[in-house]
Each structure stands twice: as C-alpha cells, then as structure tokens.
Design a binder for this molecule. Structure first.
Ligand code: SAM
Length: 299
C-alpha cells in the first residue's frame, strides 16, 4: 500500500477518546456554564446560545450537531440532515465556545476535521472572517459543502483536503494562500495526535499565531491512559505529551514566545507570547531546554 493511503487508512481507523476517559464521564471544568447546567448565564456565541437537546445533540443558531466520542458511532455516522457529527465531548465543546474570553476570534485554523462538524461548529460560534480546515482524507463532505454555500461562507470558510499535517511545504502553502499576512487567533489540532506529525505542523503554524492567541492541542494525554496507549494506532509512537512538556520548558525560559500553557485532561492550550517569530525555521525542540540541554522525548 502506498504510504499516503496507508496513513489515510490509519486515520480512518482513528482511535478516539473513550467515554470512560472523556468529559462525559469526568467533565473538565467549564469556564462558562451554559443553560443546561442550570447554573449560569447563557453563553452567547455569534449564533446565540448553545441549546442542548439531550446529552449528545445540540443546536447552535439553526444548525444541528451530534456530539460523540464513541468510535462505534463516529465511524458509522456521517454529517447529514440529522446534524453535523462532532467528535468531541460536551465539556470539550463548551470549552471550544469559550475561547473568545481570551481574545476576539477572527481567524481560525482547524487541523483534522473528520466529518466537518468541528468546522461548522467553529463557524457558527465565531463567524470568523477566515476559518481554514486542514484534513488528510479526501472524503466528500456534502453536508459541510451545503452549509458553506447556503450560509454564503465560501470566501470565509475554506477546506483543504489531502494535506498531511507533517507535510511542512503543503501546510505552509495553505497558510500563505489563505491567511497571507493575517495572524491566526485560534488553532485547534485534533488530527493525528502523533508527536512527530503534530510537532511538524506546530512548528509551521505557531509563528503565525496572534500574540495572545491560542494553539489548542487535543488529546495530548493518550500515552497516560491504558485504554489509549495500548491501541494499535499508537504502537511505537512517542507520546504527544512530549510536545506539551517542550512548550512548558519554552514557557519557563522564553515567555515572550510561549506565555502560558494550560492543561486539562483532554486538551492543552498553548498561548502565544508577543515575540515576532520567523515564519520559516521555527523549532520548538531547539528552544525547549533544561540545564542547557535539549529535551529528549522520553514519554
Ligand atoms: C478525531 S478526527 C477530527 C474530528 C473533528 N475535529 C471533530 O471534532 O469532529 C481526526 C481527523 O484527523 C485526520 N488526520 C489524521 N492524521 C492526519 C494527518 N497526519 N494530517 C492531517 N489530518 C490527519 C483524520 O483523517 C481525521 O479526519
């Protein structure tokens, strides 16, 4: 099998957060409770407040979504008139809708889009002037296509398929084409969850993040939980947690580059500092040092 289709097959069989380790079982702290909690003010998004119909289905504006982290469901179901499929827990979704507490969100990069649900969700929540989805698979996403067309979002919401996040030249080309000189306020990486591939795209994308902007790495924790690290998908792979440690080390030594790192059980948020970084040649691994020595991926 050629290497590209082998990667696509791997990605298609993607492991995922099990409900036992997900926000459904142990919901991460929510920064802005929604009405379903019965505990707080409505969380306003560009499309109004999220309306949970039950534990998995919700509406944002006029758009329906189905949230699941159950592999049996997300491999079988597609995004269609029943709703966009979003491979996230309710806690992760509510976190996603609260990122604009940190800064206004006008530009977004979503890496790894599966059935296009995360793209539609981010668009409904923020109505950004530019939202770019990057995806390795070339599968058709008709429900996303019709969402974009019927909402007149063709210029703002752009999806690039067949792009491996580890392909530095391809990712650079997409960023140059779509964002030009604009910085990116919010990045969500929910793609391979492999350390090397995730670091490769991090090195390309992070220098383009807005000072104070957020780079969210989902499912950094897979090497910490039996249910995940024992999966075939991760055999022989260094933990993604290594990248989070690198970001922490850079935060300590160079807060002008990484100003904060916030970790929850299913995501790490790396906040970009004010330093101007070169668009090419950035390497988090070169900067991440302890006692002067580069950090070796040990996790
Ligand atoms: C967990 S799914 C994304 C779910 C989506 N963000 C959501 O919330 O509904 C991961 C996606 O990443 C894609 N992917 C896996 N490896 C990739 C790689 N190396 N480069 C780009 N995309 C990749 C897979 O094809 C899959 O569609």
């Amino acid at each position: 099998m050629p290497i590209l289709s082998s990667i696509a097959t791997q990605a298609g069989r993607l492991w995922r957060k099990s409900p036992a380790n997900s926000g459904l079982a142990g919901t991460p702290p929510k920064r802005r409770p929604g009405p379903a909690d019965g505990s707080g003010a409505l969380r306003a998004t560009a499309s109004g407040a999220i309306e949970w119909l039950n534990d998995t289905d919700f509406r944002l504006g006029g758009t329906l979504f189905h949230a699941t982290v159950d592999p049996a469901v997300y491999h079988a179901r597609v995004s269609d008139a029943r709703g966009f499929l979003v491979v996230k827990t309710r806690g992760m979704i509510e976190d996603l809708l609260s990122h604009d507490q940190h800064l206004p969100i006008g530009t977004i990069l979503d890496i790894g889009i599966w059935q296009g649900g995360s793209v539609a969700l981010l668009d409904c929540a923020y109505r950004p002037r530019k939202l770019v989805g990057l995806e390795y698979s070339t599968r058709d996403l008709p429900h996303l296509d019709s969402y974009i067309a019927s909402n007149g979002r063709q210029d703002a919401v752009r999806v690039h398929k067949g792009i491996n996040q580890a392909d530095v030249a391809a990712v650079t080309r997409v960023l140059d084409t779509e964002f030009g000189g604009q910085t990116i306020d919010l990045v969500i990486d929910d793609a391979s969850h492999f350390f090397d591939e995730t670091m490769a795209s991090f090195n390309v994308v992070f220098p383009r993040v807005t000072p104070g902007g957020l780079f969210v790495i989902e499912d950094w924790q897979w090497s910490t939980t039996d249910v995940h690290y024992k999966l075939d998908y991760f055999q022989g792979k260094p933990g993604l947690a290594n990248l989070i440690v690198m970001c922490m080390l850079v935060c300590g030594a160079r807060p002008d580059i990484v100003s904060h790192v916030t970790v929850s059980p299913t995501q790490a948020i790396v906040v970009c500092g004010p330093a101007a970084l070169p668009k090419a040649g950035f390497s988090i691994a070169d900067l991440a040092r302890s006692r002067g020595e580069v950090f070796t991926a040990v996790l």
